[in-house]
Design a protein around this ligand. Structure first.
Ligand SMILES: [Zn+2]
Length: 82
């Protein structure tokens, strides 16, 4: 069972990210989407920027600009709550 994104899903996500970059220019969401597009170009998209673990396709589909895996996100949320 593969949990990776299909080429078609990736294309859909990319166009979603491009829409956010264009429509919400200057916002935090646009910055985040632009960073995700950058990771796509460099082949790092879909991997956690903290630990390098593969991020699940379901998580990416739900939140295309996500940069962290669930574990790192949980740690970060804890830090921010503290
Ligand atoms: Zn991680």
């Amino acid at each position: 069972m593969s949990d990776s994104l299909s080429a078609q899903q990736l294309l859909r996500i990319r166009s979603k990210l491009e829409t956010v970059v264009n429509d919400q220019a200057g916002s935090r969401q646009a910055d985040s989407a632009a960073a995700a597009l950058q990771r796509m170009r460099s082949g790092e998209y879909g991997y956690c920027v903290e630990c390098g673990e593969e991020i699940s396709a379901a998580r990416l589909a739900a939140k295309p600009d996500v940069a962290l895996c669930v574990d790192c996100q949980a740690l970060k949320d804890e830090e921010e709550d503290a």
